[in-house]
Design a protein around this ligand. Structure first.
Ligand SMILES: NC(=O)c1ccc[n+]([C@@H]2O[C@H](COP(=O)([O-])OP(=O)(O)OC[C@H]3O[C@@H](n4cnc5c(N)ncnc54)[C@H](OP(=O)(O)O)[C@@H]3O)[C@@H](O)[C@H]2O)c1
Length: 374
């Protein structure tokens, strides 16, 4: 068993609280016996907040150092890697500073404000030889692994159309316009905050399908409805088409949407294959159940080798599901890897290239200075 992976937590907001709670759960409770975790430092913009966060989530653990700057966490020799939970438009500068200090990085979604920032971070991670991954937690959950296995095992045939939506009602009329979901300075709007989740399912079911052979979508379209409150997108619809090329044989489309003024629909994801359908119940960022409907389309009369019927699967584990990505980081670093195979740099780049294109078509321009690299 390798030594525990020593985490530094950057920021003390909502998601940082979710992450530390899960990462402190004994991995054995989820059947993980090869890696363990320890939190050794918390960085906040004030040391009092860092201490308060430690008191709340790890009361009595004096081994966790509170710091009043993020840089002190990056400089701490007792930290192997950092988890970054700042608002979207601060990911770039925090991740870059961590990388330059030689720390491995797990950075919240969306990994950066745009694709140029991500390319710059990946170059820095390569130069400093550190592991870097976007915190796309859904991809590592047992349900996602099982959906992927069933989608690729052959009975359903190839995927043809995928519909996915993540919406959440943020009560935008009654929150301050400085809230990160509304403020364009913080990359507000539906696409950057919620869009990664419909997209992750398109990446799992279409981009990762062996028939696609890692081809990027041939066409991307995007359309945005803006809120008059601050001009950020309140609802966005985007589509991806994968058409066969010399190296890929997948012909499939994804119809994806997100909104900050509606609740999530049910099912949240529908993947239609040549010979059946997979539906996934909300919340699509950490679903606990899905259903497969098999059609024995094309089977000769009486041929029982082609499946027909339905299968429902449910998943239980201790915690909320943020810990599976932490296990991946610990394993990759233990094994000397600089990126994850499951959520590699190519997938974050695909995501940011798609978001840039959707923002371009939707007319969403960040205020000057928000993008640190263009
Ligand atoms: N994976 C998921 O399920 C999930 C869910 C929600 C959010 N997220 C992502 O996590 C990130 C943070 O979201 P959140 O909901 O946790 O936000 P939040 O509650 O507002 O927390 C953000 C934290 O970032 C720090 N920060 C640094 N500069 C800041 C600034 N200029 N304005 C505000 N805060 C600043 C603050 O911590 P200190 O004061 O301690 O420095 C703050 O508490 C976003 O990128 C979001 O997309 C992911």
């Amino acid at each position: 068993m390798a030594a525990p992976f020593r985490w530094g937590i950057i920021s003390t907001g909502w998601i940082a609280g979710c992450f530390i709670k899960d990462v402190l759960i004994d991995p054995k409770t989820r059947g993980v016996h090869d890696v363990t975790h320890k939190v050794t430092a918390v960085g906040s913009r004030t040391v009092a907040k860092a201490q308060e966060f430690i008191n709340k989530h790890a009361a009595g653990d004096d081994s966790i150092k509170p710091y009043g700057t993020y840089q002190e966490v990056f400089d701490d020799p007792n930290v192997d890697g950092v988890y970054i939970g700042t608002p979207h438009t601060y990911h770039y500068e925090s991740a870059l500073a961590a990388i330059k200090s030689g720390k491995h990085v797990l950075c919240e979604k969306p990994v950066t404000s745009n694709a140029a920032e991500l390319r710059s971070l990946l170059a820095a991670a390569k130069e400093h030889s550190v592991f870097f991954m976007e915190a796309m937690w859904t991809r590592f959950q047992p349900l996602a692994l099982e959906v992927k296995r069933i989608a690729e095992e052959g009975s359903l045939g190839k995927p043809v159309v995928l519909h996915a939506d993540l919406s959440g009602d943020f009560d935008v009329q009654n929150i301050p316009t400085t809230h990160r979901i509304l403020d364009p300075q913080l990359g507000g709007g539906a696409l950057l905050d919620l869009g990664p989740y419909p997209l992750v399912w398109a990446i799992i079911a279409l981009y990762e399908n062996p028939a696609n052979n890692k081809a990027f979508p041939t066409t991307i379209t995007g359309n945005m409805l803006k809120t008059p409150l601050t001009g950020v997108d309140s609802s966005t619809v985007f589509t991806l088409s994968f058409t066969p090329t010399e190296t890929s044989s997948l012909a499939a489309q994804a119809i994806l949407s997100c909104s900050i003024t509606l609740n999530a629909p049910e099912p949240g994801v529908t993947i239609r294959f040549e010979r059946g359908t997979i539906t996934i119940n909300p919340p699509i960022y950490s679903p606990r159940s899905f259903k497969v409907t098999y059609l024995n389309k094309g089977a000769a009369a009486g041929d029982k080798t082609v499946a027909e019927g339905t299968l429902t699967r449910t998943f239980e584990y201790v915690g909320k599901g943020w810990h599976f990505q932490a296990d991946e980081v610990a394993r990759c670093v233990r094994d000397g890897k600089r990126e994850s195979e499951a959520w590699g740099h190519d997938k974050s780049l695909l995501e940011m290239d798609i978001f840039d294109e959707v923002r371009k078509q939707g007319g969403y321009v960040f205020p000057p200075g928000v993008e640190k690299v263009v």
